[in-house]
Design a protein around this ligand. Structure first.
Ligand code: NAD
Ligand code: ZN
Ligand code: ZN
Length: 337
């Protein structure tokens, strides 16, 4: 099978021929149809984060495809089913987090495309207990971005507690941001969208954003305070300065949700203002299998729209460069057919 492989940090990925793996008792072999490029894959290939993957590895945690074969213990899916293979590759199923609906915090989790090989390949092995069925009527190319960008921002909006009449500021209208703004609107909130690139802001307006702002032109915090301040700010841009702007855009009692994971790992938070203004700061990591199921249900019901362009896996290094340079209006999805 063909696979895109990270052989070392900050070096171009290599397209390799690998043998198709056999599923173990709890595993499924998935023939990938569509596989998204998340900015996390770029962080992985660059070794940007404190916990690093070990090259060689195959990135990709937005893989969608058909179960080709299943191990003897697999009960939730069967050959022929269309499934998504998300970032949460597996968890222990027994710890306090797994048992209380927070499997995404499990300390024994494996992460697809990071600690185990992912979906930038013609086939991927996945834990049959952690794949999520893609419902009839959801296109695989739309399911792919929903598998990380969708579930992550759906969860971020959930943990923000956004309600009708709220103003939600979304910082970074990329793969994640274009879906974040839709989930905030589904929750009934008005959205102010912030990015550095005008085309992304055009997309935000098309998707219903009430206000848009180019952070190169105006200080977003000042602008959003002029609107009365945001009840929630969701930080998705790969830059700590943008996290600080998101913080400063909040009204009293507001919530800052940290989702983006810039290589530069530190932001400045003023203690005094956080205390006196009763600000909440919360980190949010992907979503559970049930969250992803809900994301697919919303999409099947016609409530979200996914913007994507397709590329061939051979074009992986150009695709990464285009995302890094902001030349993609939302998501790139590798067409594996
Ligand atoms: P992306 O490249 O598609 O989008 C990032 C957007 O931010 C782009 O539109 C870019 O123009 C914009 N941007 C960059 N600098 C900015 C600034 N200073 N101000 C405003 N906008 C700015 O990336 P993505 O795939 O949406 O991922 C975003 C981040 O979220 C990455 O760091 C990724 O690793 C992280 N992520 C986190 C989780 C999680 O579970 N917490 C899940 C998936 C991705
Ligand atoms: Zn991702
Ligand atoms: Zn666990």
């Amino acid at each position: 099978m063909k696979a895109a492989v990270v052989t070392g940090f900050h070096t171009p990925l290599e397209i390799e021929e690998r043998t198709v793996p056999d599923p173990g008792p709890n595993q499924v072999l998935v023939r990938i149809e569509a596989s998204g490029l998340c900015h996390t894959d770029i962080h992985a290939a660059n070794g940007d984060w404190p916990v690093k993957p070990a090259p060689p590895f195959i990135p990709g945690h937005e893989g969608v495809g058909i179960v080709e074969s299943a191990g003897a213990s697999v009960t939730r899916v069967k050959p022929g089913d269309r499934v998504a293979v998300p970032w949460l590759g597996s968890a222990c199923g027994e710890c306090e987090y797994c048992l209380t609906g927070w499997e995404t915090l499990c300390e024994s989790q494996q992460n697809t495309g990071y600690s185990i090989d992912g979906g930038w390949a013609e086939y991927v092995l996945a834990d049959g207990r952690y794949v999520v069925k893609v419902p009839e009527g959801v296109d695989p190319f739309e399911a792919a971005p929903l598998t990380c960008a969708g579930v992550t921002t759906y969860k971020a909006v959930k943990v923000s507690g956004a309600r009708p009449s709220d103003l939600v500021a979304i910082f970074g209208i990329g793969g994640l941001g274009h879906l974040a703004l839709q989930y905030a609107q589904i929750a009934g909130a008005q959205v102010v969208a912030v990015d550095l690139i005008d085309e992304k802001l055009d997309m935000a307006r098309e998707l219903g954003a009430a206000y848009t702002l180019n952070a190169r032109e105006k200080d977003p915090a000042e602008y959003i305070q002029g609107l009365g301040g945001a009840d929630t700010a969701i930080a998705l841009a790969v830059n700590p300065k943008s996290f600080e702007q998101a913080y400063r855009s909040l009204k009293r009692g507001g919530t800052l949700v940290l989702v983006g994971l810039p290589a530069d790992n530190n932001m400045n938070l003023p203690i005094f203002e956080t205390v006196l203004n009763g600000i909440k700061v919360v980190g949010s990591i992907v979503g559970t299998r049930v969250d992803l199921q809900e994301v697919f249900e919303l999409h099947a019901a016609g409530k979200t729209s996914v913007h994507y362009h397709t590329r061939k896996l051979d074009e992986v290094n150009d695709a990464i460069r285009d995302v890094e340079n902001g030349r993609v209006d939302a998501r790139l999805v590798f067409d594996m057919s």
